[in-house]
Design a protein around this ligand. Structure first.
Ligand code: NAP
Ligand code: G3H
Length: 486
């Protein structure tokens, strides 16, 4: 049973060994829509014993899966991509209601995921091993040759966040599967329904039983248990820094790939094209109401341009449609009322300490109007914390050195943007920023999905991006040939 109807609402199961099961405990979690509070569906609250059984189940056919030729594994991912495209509208509607993503972005999340799976399949087929001769090393001999191939790690635990339940589940599952691993997916509770639809599609594409299992349940209840299970050979986590830190403390000796929070800065220098910068910053900061790890989360503008930039930002921000994601509003209700309250607390703290409210700041339940704060200083929490909401602080800086220094004072290091026409200046700044990626004259963003994507400091460890993800979830296997001269 993937899904059955109960009083008109879907009740979902979890995938285990090719079957869709609910919890023997009979417990479910109601998933209500952040859009209007309606019930989107019910997901099982699995018990620890059921989680342990599901992990064990991934071992049943792991050897056959790992031994399957990569082109066959790739065919399954290609079929999954086609099915995703065929069902893109249906899945997008679920995303709209489950996580309040506007329809256009929801559709784009699904089609982008189909592209990602195809690219992953093709990348898997084109990865090659390596042969190395011993003679290249001092004292070595040409009679010693090593053959290096990549082999899977075993069972990958994929934990995904609420904001991209399809894409950030698939970006873990696809590379893990093409590398010959089995996967246990634990999606975010709010977002789980969309992720279960993805799992169903991958199953229908022909994945053998037990190679992708899912478990739903609150991370606060299952998390510590699941990340410490013996049968988990790799943890691929995307989510908050707080949870990521906890996982890294608990997961002793288990390899990790973690993409965590961010406080991406947009640095705007004197010679920047301000209309272009404002356009990019607004799209980077406010799309999906700022609930993206890579959202622009602070502006560092030099004193010479700050007044003009703020004026241009204000005009654009006030034109953003606010409301229902079904009407394609850009600013939609946040994932929870608690999230909106936290963002409002950041706004109030900044205003109490002397920031100027340029626009926004109104909240009704979980809907917060797009907010721009000017004259934000280092004493204000919003200068450093990630709001994950449509709240953007402007920090005015003296010069480029000041901008670099404040940018690097953050505990986070995901991405940064620098807007300038001077390429030498752009490189000067880019080389000094302590982040995974610097975007020159563009908003901060992850894609295209084959680029390496990584955070430094509290923003993560390891590197995502199709090839990098495959490499992270496989290891080299070396077979050394020692020739005897006849
Ligand atoms: P979150 O609260 O950290 O949750 C992420 C996932 O971890 C969910 O599946 C959650 O399950 C699970 N979880 C919760 N507690 C756990 C525990 N103790 N052990 C193991 N798993 C646990 O993050 P979120 O609110 O979904 O997403 C927002 C955050 O993710 C932001 O900080 C954002 O910057 C970050 N993010 C980063 C990236 C990136 O690539 N750098 C991408 C997207 C999001 P439940 O839902 O059941 O609690
Ligand atoms: O939320 C985190 C995502 O990895 C960001 O992806 O830049 O394409 O929105 P995006």
């Amino acid at each position: 049973m993937f899904q059955r109807l109960q009083e008109g609402h879907p009740v979902y199961g979890n995938l285990m060994g090719g079957r869709w099961i609910t919890s023997q405990s009979g417990k479910f979690i109601d998933i209500h829509s952040p859009v209007d509070g309606s019930l989107v569906g019910k997901i099982p609250a699995m018990t620890q014993e059921e989680v342990a059984a599901s992990i064990q189940d991934t071992k049943t056919h792991l050897k056959e899966w790992a031994a399957m030729p990569v082109f066959e594994r790739a065919n399954i991912l290609h079929r999954a991509a086609t099915l995703l495209e065929e069902r893109a509208k249906e899945l997008a509607e679920i995303l709209v209601m489950e996580i309040a993503k506007d329809r256009k972005s929801a559709l784009s999340e699904v089609t982008r995921t189909a592209d990602l799976l195809r690219y992953t399949a093709d990348m898997g087929k084109s990865l090659e091993g390596q042969a190395m001769s011993g003679e290249n090393f001092p004292g070595g001999s040409p009679d010693k040759i090593s053959f290096v191939t990549r082999v899977p790690l075993g069972t990958v635990l994929a934990i995904s966040p609420f904001n991209y339940p399809v894409n950030l589940s698939a970006s873990k599952i696809g590379p893990a599967l093409i590398g010959g691993n089995a996967v246990l997916l634990k999606p975010a509770t709010q977002g789980a329904i969309s992720a279960l639809h993805l799992a169903k599609i991958i199953q229908e594409a022909g994945l053998p039983d037990g190679i992708l299992n899912t478990v739903t349940g609150r991370g606060s209840q299952l998390g510590d248990f699941i990340v410490t299970q013996e049968g988990i050979d790799f943890i691929n986590f995307t989510g908050s820094t707080e949870v990521g830190m906890r996982i890294s403390q608990l997961s002793a000796m288990r390899p990790l790939l973690m993409e965590l929070g961010g406080k991406d800065a947009a640095i705007v220098l004197e010679d920047a094209d301000l209309d272009f910068a404002a356009e990019n910053i607004v799209s980077g900061a406010y799309s999906y109401s700022g609930q993206r790890c890579t959202a622009v989360k602070r502006i560092l503008a030099t004193d010479q341009v700050a007044d003009d930039l703020v004026e241009k930002l204000k005009k654009r921000i006030e034109a953003l449609p606010v409301g229902d994601p079904r009407d394609n509003a850009v600013i939609t209700p946040l994932i929870s009322e608690r999230a909106a309250e936290s963002a409002q607390e950041l706004i109030e703290d900044a205003l109490d300490k002397g920031a100027k409210l340029v626009t926004g700041g109104q909240r009704e339940k979980n809907l917060l109007t797009p907010t721009l704060l000017d004259f934000v200083t280092a004493e204000m929490d919003v200068a450093w914390e990630e709001p994950f909401a449509p709240v953007l602080p402007v920090i005015r800086v003296k010069d480029v050195e000041d901008a670099i220094q404040i940018a690097n004072r953050s505990e986070y290091g995901l991405q940064s943007s620098v807007f300038t026409h001077n390429i030498d200046q752009a490189f000067y700044v880019a080389r000094r920023l302590e982040v995974g990626t610097v975007q020159i004259n563009n908003k901060t963003e992850r894609g295209p999905d084959h680029f390496p994507f990584l955070g430094v400091k509290a923003s993560g460890m390891g590197t995502q991006g199709v090839r990098y993800s495959i490499e992270a979830m496989t290891r080299p296997k070396v077979i050394a040939l020692n020739l005897q001269n006849p």
